[in-house]
Design a protein around this ligand. Structure first.
Ligand code: ASP
Length: 378
């Protein structure tokens, strides 16, 4: 077991790592200053990073998870969005995370198509990409759309061309041996019938997908899987990023909630941030990240605002194919919420975990769930 750091050790070591990294990035040869950055003394808000649970699982071969990396960089004085993107890059690059970036579960044709968005609270800027192929780190391309263009969303071939022109390496194929095998297994189980009438298609989709979860081939939280990561810095700077390979086995060209501002992510620096993982269609219909931030603006705390979004989704889910035998939604969806005071909560339709990192270090905690158990298969 790794040694558990004391709170002070964690803050100081995170800050030291981040300061050294910042110095390296700036091309400085001299060693980073050894004292903790002044920002740790002058802070007015305790920094927090909150994300989906994969943010506290995958390390891409390194020592720290995404939330710990992002927190360390924020503690060291980094721009909050730079820090969050560095954190989610660990999941995007790690082939073991089959919900994001390289090795993400592909679409119905076996091609990995990525969606991502990011928002910078203090700068009031945003960027996103959808259906991006061939670049492992969709979040960095979303950030480039924000920084380098007047636009908020670039999709498909245009997104790849944009990335190529900015110097991102383009790869022919982002699948891995593992994600290819899972796609082949899905093909075998569905017998190639992807364009059935909507009810039969949906039934086939859920039946085979959830069977693969039940058979231990896909983790429950990775059938619907993504990383959303939101953070607040010591001066109250709030930012967020969401990045995903989207719904497993989706119809090619399908865009989920992740790159859509107000759905997969929303940030208002005066109020807070919310982002999502799970069934993107339910979120797109209800624009829940925007709804959550607006409810916090009206005085709700993060947990109440998140639960209100789940209730809205439940009320607007009326199609039989999406309901279980008790008439409740038969899918997972989670929201990760942070307010301007640094208070946070994560809520989910069915029990699941989320990740958070504070000065206490990184943790995986239970989301507040609306229903017990797991969604029933079709
Ligand atoms: N929300 C993402 C989407 O619908 C997928 C997910 O989180 O599983 O594309």
């Amino acid at each position: 077991m790794p040694k558990r750091l004391s709170r002070r050790e964690f803050v100081l070591s995170s800050a030291a790592v981040a300061t050294a990294a910042a110095a390296r990035a700036a091309g400085a040869d001299r060693p980073a200053p050894s004292q903790a950055p002044a920002v740790m003394i002058r802070k007015t808000v305790n920094p927090v990073v909150i994300s989906s649970n994969n943010g506290n699982i995958y390390k891409n071969g390194g020592d720290v998870t995404g939330v710990a990396k992002a927190f360390g960089l924020i503690a060291g004085g980094s721009d909050v969005l730079d820090a969050l993107i560095a954190g989610v890059n660990l999941c995007e690059l790690d082939p073991l995370d089959v919900s994001v970036g390289f090795g993400g579960l592909p679409n119905a044709d076996g091609v990995v198509q990525l969606d991502s968005s990011c928002m910078h609270g203090p700068k009031k800027r945003a960027g996103g990409v959808a259906c991006l192929e061939g670049v492992r780190t969709a979040s960095r391309v979303a950030r480039a759309v924000m920084d380098e263009t007047d636009h908020h969303l670039i999709v498909g071939q245009g997104a790849q061309d944009f990335a190529r022109r900015l110097g991102f390496p383009i790869e022919a194929d982002l699948t891995t041996e593992r994600s290819r095998r899972l796609w082949l297994e899905w093909k075998r189980r569905t017998d190639g019938e992807h364009y059935l009438d909507p009810v039969r298609r949906s039934e086939a989709f859920y039946r085979t997908g959830l069977e693969m979860v039940r058979d231990g081939l896909i983790e429950f939280d990775h059938f619907w899987g993504t990383i959303n990561c939101n953070g607040i810095g010591p001066k109250g700077e709030i930012c967020g990023v969401t990045t995903t390979s989207g719904l497993a086995w989706k119809i090619p060209g399908r865009v989920g909630d992740s790159p859509i501002l107000g759905a997969g992510l929303y940030v208002d620096n005066d109020v807070g941030a919310a982002g999502s993982t799970g069934r993107g269609e339910a979120n797109l219909y209800n624009l829940c990240s925007f709804l959550i931030v607006e409810n916090m603006r009206r005085g709700m705390g993060p947990k109440d605002a998140g639960m209100e979004a789940l209730r809205r989704i439940r009320a607007n889910t009326v199609e039989q194919r999406l309901l279980d035998s008790k008439g409740e939604p038969r899918f997972q969806i989670q929201f990760y919420v942070l307010n301007a005071k640094g208070e946070y909560a994560a809520v989910s339709m069915y029990p699941s975990k989320f990740a958070v990192c504070t000065e206490q270090g990184p943790q995986s905690l239970d989301c507040d769930a609306m229903f017990p158990g797991r969604p029933e298969p079709a």
